[in-house]
Write a protein that binds this ligand. Structure first.
Ligand code: GAL
Length: 997
């Protein structure tokens, strides 16, 4: 599809596009008829869906929102990895509070499309609600709807049904584009309502494709990108578009594909996941030139990293982190890693920065690509159980700084030309940057050695010695405004400034125990009062010097001198800065100290109304607009008093959270769930597997029918096969070839007797990427001649491969591929059965084709009264499927946000796996003898924290060892007083057809 010249001109004519490919921000603003930038003022209040027209533009330095520079400080979050819409608000509020001004989201096509032409954006799939919540929270959105996303999800986001269609995916093949257009129409219809350009929402950037690294020079690739561009524009998306380049190869930089005659009307972005054990790379503008340098591949667009490692993923068996799981990902990419790598990015001119992942969440149901297990915690800053980790702190400090100091959105390297000061100190890499308009200077000091080193830094005409801990980094500023005064320099990292009432407030931070010096310009001597803590000061040569050791919060008031208004300086060590929250209200900003989280702040008359969380008992202290005299916290009015710091302080601390008690799980009931294995099972209603051709990339074996599950419409979860034959006398063995993805397995029975189980080996770091996982399992057999026989085969086929190389690998077969009997050649007639019709609420990825899933055994309200009572731990040796069900009640106090998980543990030698269903929702897969995951997060909403829940476990046991479950228990993953209101997620019971079966 080609965008017509008329449409194109109409688009080009809108100021909304604001696409300027050269010139300064001032030029850009003038071109748009506005006054040039005033970069020293604080950034504007966070965005909302305000119904007004806005411009979203850019130049080589940064994004320009309504002509104002903005560093986009974003975190990646996947709505589809948190199946509880109420909790979206919780996660987004936590990110906003911690200084992020944007989020980036993939939209997974497979999650929304159970069948061609069917698109579901309701319930847990309500993209409109997600985007509304983001706008209400004040976050910009980077939207990334694929069509291909990768993201460690089934088929890289392609719907299961696409694996059984003609056309080469990720090319301009019309058979593929027909489906793509349908998807984009569906998703863009929602996206177009949430663009920041017309104030419908807060989307400011939109990604085409993802890591499209192949077919780059071929027409099939270029035409594909041009098609996506034109389609998205025709759908009314008028914010800047971009592509995410795998590596820094200059792929799809402006001008590399056609946009109806105009060149380069899109941004260049690249991603990177550098090893935390290596020196942080200089990607961006100031490192090595050329393609591999990053942004230098596109000199006229801002330094843009749509994905920079915030953690990393872990395969089945846990090979990536030596079996230690995501805790190890978080440990190796900790707060100091963030400072070293992300400050390096800023120092390289990266001004659109997205951390993948910031909240990883859960790849529930059959969502995970075979290369990962259920948890997608990722070692991210906010963990899978929505608990803040220490990794939020540097993001908080840097994010607040970017908001307060927009000078950071336009940086050039200062002299020397490479900005480096090699003599800075042993192990120290120093970057010296300057804003050419405001002349504010910034130094990023990074210590690549393991032990502390002292950097010599030229600051405001003098050389200052600044210690940098081993493998850490810090940012120093000089010449920035702190409200009405000017910072000469500080050896502490600035965090924020704001004006509250009469006074300006500025916060500086660093590691506890550090000695800091902060110098303010002042032509005449101001009055200095140390309000709290120890600080020394002196004045001379127009400079006020304040020396403070970081320990809690040291408070120093500076008054008079050049400026009448007081400046309150807060020197906060890391831990104290974590409890300082800025919130912009329409009446002005407030600064809150004390609680574990500030969610919202609003001013009503003289009352400041706050909502947030506490874990421990906490102070509540608030600075805000003049006249503020009353504090309300989570709807309760507090007695408070004015302090000498100009704040209001609650007279009594806020209470922490009460203990949360969880019940033991008991009263289990049990039923065997593999009737399909029995000789006499009636499979006459199953589909006959008699196709002879397939669109799969897996060849159909000569002389055999297609047995691939996808060709019969079974795209997710387990598949059963029954092969009927006679006259097989002389047969000695049967060989079953199957393709199943990492950790797939196959179980077989002949005439109801177990033949055995075959499992794919546990992957290691290398083999996990080999994809597909094909194997042949050979079992000895002795079928009697002259009899009819039935071979029953259950394949736990894991999900489809991703299609990272754009060569249709998502179309590799799943399920049986070929069957051969040695010693006989009977005609085998196959029937196949997989998942029933997709669950209309939980979606197509919720269930596979186990008997119990087809009959609703996993659902609440299923009548299990006839099942046998049993207890755990169990140790039963049996090949097949066994189901367990129980119910439990929770009574978590309202006003408490308890994050609860299900923990399974057992003797690791026992060969079994468990599919976990909570109120019918498939919360993931546990493999007892592979791991490493033992704890499964149960998201509130799906979990009724005040009411009754149903838990169902579908256990597949190999029959080679005794099988559990062993211990199965609820576990508390975190709790806070506060939280967000949580609406129950619809969890329907069995249909009439399933009832009683
Ligand atoms: C990137 C890709 C993402 C995700 C990530 C690893 O290369 O764009 O979708 O797969 O790697 O988690």
């Amino acid at each position: 599809m080609v965008l017509s010249r008329r449409t194109f001109s109409a688009l080009a004519g809108t100021a909304a596009l604001g696409l300027s490919l050269s010139g300064s921000g001032g030029d850009e603003a003038r071109a748009a008829g506005r006054t040039p930038l005033a970069p020293t003022g604080p950034a504007p209040a966070p965005p909302t869906a305000d119904g007004r027209t806005h411009t979203v533009g850019f130049d080589r330095y940064s994004m320009l929102i309504d002509g104002r520079r903005l560093v986009i400080w974003s975190g990646e979050v996947h709505p589809f990895r948190l199946p509880s819409p109420s909790l979206w608000r919780d996660v987004l509020q936590k990110l906003r509070a911690h200084g992020y001004n944007a989020i980036s989201i993939y939209v997974a096509w497979n999650y929304h499309s159970p069948a061609p032409g069917q698109y579901d954006f309701t319930g847990v799939r309500d993209l409109d609600l997600f985007l509304r919540t983001a706008a209400e929270t004040g976050l910009y959105v980077i939207l990334r709807p694929g069509p291909y996303i990768n993201a460690e999800v089934d088929a890289g986001g392609f719907p299961g049904w696409l694996t059984a269609t003609p056309g080469v995916a990720r090319t301009s093949d019309p058979a593929y584009l027909k489906h793509v257009d349908e998807w984009l129409t569906a998703v863009d219809r929602i996206a177009a309502r949430h663009l920041y350009t017309d104030g419908g929402g807060t989307i400011v950037l939109y990604q085409l494709e993802n890591e499209y690294d192949d077919h780059v020079t071929e027409p099939a690739g270029r035409d594909y990108m041009a098609h996506l561009y034109a389609k998205v524009r025709a759908d009314g998306i008028d914010v800047p578009l971009f592509h995410n380049d795998k590596g820094r190869n200059g792929r799809w930089a402006p001008g590399t594909f056609d946009t109806d005659g105009e060149r380069g009307r899109y941004l260049y972005g690249f991603d990177g996941y550098p090893s935390p054990f290596k020196t942080p790379p200089d990607w961006g503008y100031f490192g090595p030139g050329g393609m591999k340098g990053g942004s230098t591949a596109s000199p006229d667009t801002p330094g843009f990293i749509p994905e920079f490692g915030g953690g990393w993923f872990d395969p089945w068996g846990g090979a990536e982190f030596d079996g230690l799981g995501y805790a190890e990902s978080r440990r190796t990419r900790d707060a100091a890693y963030e400072r070293r790598f992300y400050l390096t990015n800023l120092a390289n001119g990266i001004t659109v920065h997205n951390v993948y992942m910031t909240f990883g969440g859960t790849s529930w149901g059959w969502l995970p690509a075979p290369i990962v297990y259920t948890s997608y915690d990722y070692g991210a800053a906010l963990d899978e159980a929505r608990q803040p980790t220490e990794k939020l702190l540097p993001m908080h400090q840097i994010g607040q700084l970017l908001h307060s100091v927009p000078d950071l959105a336009k940086l050039d390297r200062a002299e020397p030309a490479d900005g480096g000061t090699p003599e800075a100190g042993p192990g120290i890499k120093a970057y010296h940057l300057v804003n050419p308009d405001t002349k504010a200077h910034f130094h990023v000091l990074r210590n690549d050695a393991a032990t502390e080193s002292v950097a010599s830094v030229p600051l405001a005409g003098t050389t200052v010695a600044v210690p940098v801990p081993g493998l850490d980094a810090r940012l120093l500023a000089s010449g920035i405004a702190l409200g009405r005064r000017k910072l000469s320099y500080s050896t502490a990292q600035p965090m924020l400034w704001l004006t509250a009432g009469r006074q300006d407030i500025a916060v500086f931070t660093g590691r506890a125990g550090e000695s800091t010096r902060t110098c303010l310009e002042s032509a005449s001597e101001p009055t200095v009062t140390v309000l709290d803590g120890d600080a020394g000061h002196s004045y001379g040569d127009g400079i006020l010097r304040i020396d403070a050791v970081l320990d809690g919060v040291t408070r120093v008031r500076v008054e008079g001198g050049d400026v009448a208004a007081p400046l309150l300086l807060l020197f906060a060590d890391d831990e104290s800065s974590r409890l300082l929250w800025r919130y912009d209200t329409p009446s002005g900003p407030v600064l809150v100290r004390g609680p574990a989280l500030l969610r919202t702040a609003a001013l009503r008359g003289t009352t400041v109304q706050l909502t947030g969380d506490t874990v421990e008992a906490a102070d509540l202290e608030v600075w805000g607009p003049r006249g503020m005299s009353e504090l309300v916290w989570n709807h309760g009015t507090l007695k408070s008093r004015a302090t000498t710091s100009g704040s209001l302080l609650a007279e009594r601390p806020l209470a922490g959270v009460d203990r949360v008690r969880l019940p033991a799980l008991a009263d289990w009931r049990r039923a065997e769930g593999d009737p399909e294995s029995a000789a006499g099972y009636d499979d006459s209603a199953w589909q006959v597997a008699d196709r002879t051709s397939s669109y799969s990339i897996t060849p159909v074996p000569a002389g055999q029918p297609v047995l691939f599950a996808d060709d019969y419409g079974f795209h997710y979860g387990d598949v059963w096969y029954r092969g009927h034959f006679a006259d097989a006398g002389g047969a000695e063995s049967v060989s079953l070839s199957y393709v199943a993805g990492a950790q797939g397995l196959l179980m077989a029975w002949l005439d109801g007797e177990p033949l055995g189980t075959h499992r794919m080996p546990v992957p290691d770091k290398k083999t996990v990427r080999q994809g597909t996982w094909a194997a042949t399992a050979t079992f000895p057999v002795r079928p009697r001649d002259g009899h009819r026989h039935v071979l029953s085969v259950l394949v736990r086929r894991m999900q489809h491969d991703e299609d990272g190389r754009a060569n249709d690998t998502h179309k590799a077969a799943r399920g049986l591929t070929a069957v051969a009997l040695a010693g006989a050649a009977p005609a085998v007639r196959w029937r196949v059965q997989g998942a029933a019709a997709p669950d209309p609420v939980r979606g197509p990825l919720n269930t596979g084709g186990l008997h119990g899933e087809r009959r609703g055994w996993h659902l609440p309200g299923f009548e299990d009264g006839g099942w046998k009572a049993c207890g755990f731990p169990r140790a039963e040796r049996r090949q097949g499927v066994t189901w367990y069900r129980t119910g439990f009640r929770l009574a978590v106090d309202t006003g408490v946000d308890a994050s609860i998980g299900l923990a399974l543990t057992d003797d690791p030698a026992r060969a079994y796996r468990v599919q976990i269903f909570l109120n019918g929702w498939n919360m993931g897969q546990y493999i007892n003898d592979v791991g490493p995951q033992h704890t499964f997060v149960l998201p509130n909403g799906v979990l009724r924290t005040r009411g009754r829940n149903t838990l169902a476990l579908a256990v597949l046991s190999d029959g080679t060892t005794p099988a559990g479950p062993g211990r199965v228990e609820l576990t508390l993953l975190g709790s806070a007083a506060g939280g967000v209101p949580v609406a129950p997620v619809d969890s329907p019971g069995p249909t009439t057809a399933q009832h009683g079966s």
